[in-house]
Design a protein around this ligand. Sequence first.
Ligand SMILES: C[S@@+](CC[C@H](N)C(=O)[O-])C[C@H]1O[C@@H](n2cnc3c(N)ncnc32)[C@H](O)[C@@H]1O
Length: 232
Amino acid sequence: MLDGGDPADVPAVAEGRAGVQDEGSQLVAHALATAPVEGRDERWLDLCAGPGGKAALLAALAAGRGAGVVAVERHLHRAGLVRRAVGADGVLGVVSADGARPPLRPGSMDRVLVDAPCTGLGALRRRPEARWRRSPDDLVTLVLLQRRLLASAVDLARPGGVVLYATCSPVRAETVDVVSSVVGHRGDVALEDVRPLLPGVTGADDQLEGTAQLWPHRHGTDAMFLALLRKR
Ligand SMILES: C[S@@+](CC[C@H](N)C(=O)[O-])C[C@H]1O[C@@H](n2cnc3c(N)ncnc32)[C@H](O)[C@@H]1O
């Protein structure tokens, strides 16, 4: 951890051996990797992977446990950024495809991350100008996509496998409402408590029991939202 200064001046960052990542994003990858899973634990999926920050961390964790990550990213150039970020260890493949209809077998994944495209309003402390770029209409489009991506993630998880839904946003429409809607509409997935998977984090309770909302003023992170689902 750096107390200050420009991370680009750190040799490991300049040489591509290390990356810069908000602690909230690291907690998302950590929560997915440490969720208890019984039985096979070899195939992890990052369904919205670009530019690859969480995929890189997941791949490192997976490699240490004999598992591998498949990274899906819709936009070709961002899939290229994922390839650059992850390296070879712990990576089963990087695919440029729509995460709502990826070329992957249903029920084939042990752990799935949906770090969904969102308003990004949880990162206003780093990108304050984002407030002028977003309109209420964006939210309507994003919520529809978020629901489709989360439903697809549940389809791709094996029975007993886990899905972690995350957004860099505290906006209810794209956090608890998306999760409630998907869990409420299907009988093959249940919400679990993500909070025990966030070491040292208190005061992150959200209105939907078991989900977590991080806050810059409480946790020193971006305002990341996390929900853990288990496929029945
Ligand atoms: C919040 S960002 C993910 C950040 C990434 N997990 C990281 O840690 O670097 C969401 C990503 O989803 C991608 N995306 C948007 N629509 C998608 C879709 N239908 N399928 C897959 N990826 C999509 C965006 O291009 C963007 O790169």
